[in-house]
Write a protein that binds this ligand. Structure first.
Ligand code: HEC
Length: 159
């Protein structure tokens, strides 16, 4: 019992200490920009991870209705984060490799529209999946969702 209390105390103290360490050392503007770029690239990595699930099924991996549904729900949710992760203008920072076009920050409304198009396609795809829970349904879904990724990449992702 005492041991457990001591352990809980140590864990609490540890988290308090790391919290105060964070508060004591704010990121430099460069570190902050690098972190912001990392965060937005993480959102796209996760979009890609989930898109890969349905893409794989369209190319012959075993059909799995639950996995396809989860992937589409996640894509829909992640799409709502796209405008948010571009809120910080990182154009001035050149320390991290990024494929984001500088034009994004002059065309925020277009970026938001393309992000919501992806969300709408992922939502519609959930209805397609319910109506056609099979490999053909997934192929149709991939043909509907994939171009929404491409439409934004064509405009706002550098080659
Ligand atoms: C509204 C615009 C937009 C949409 C929609 C979009 N992307 Fe992107 N994507 C970008 C931009 C901009 C970048 C470059 C980000 C950077 O490097 O800072 C990017 C980067 C990526 C990357 C590279 C991430 C990395 O490792 O740095 C992948 C993979 C990717 N997107 C996949 C997808 C997939 C899959 C979809 C659709 C399910 C999608 N994207 C939808 C704009 C978009």
């Amino acid at each position: 019992m005492m041991k457990r209390i001591a352990l809980t105390g140590a864990v609490l103290l540890g988290s308090l200490m790391s919290f105060s360490a964070m508060a004591a050392a704010p990121l430099t503007p460069e570190e902050q920009a690098a972190a912001d770029i990392g965060t937005r690239q993480a959102v796209f990595k996760l979009l890609s991870f989930n898109n890969g699930t349905i893409g794989g099924m369209a190319r012959g991996a075993p059909f799995n209705a639950e996995a396809a549904k989860a992937a589409l729900e996640r894509i829909e949710m992640l799409s709502t984060m796209i405008p948010d992760v571009f809120a910080k203008d990182t154009r001035a920072f050149k320390g991290t490799k990024t494929m984001a076009s500088d034009t994004i920050w002059d065309n925020k409304a277009d970026l938001a529209k393309l992000a919501s198009d992806l969300g709408a396609a992922a939502k519609a795809a959930q209805a397609t999946l319910a109506a056609k829970p099979n490999a053909d349904g997934v192929k149709e879904i991939v043909q509907a969702v994939g171009p929404k990724c491409g439409a934004c990449h064509d405009l706002f992702r550098l080659k």
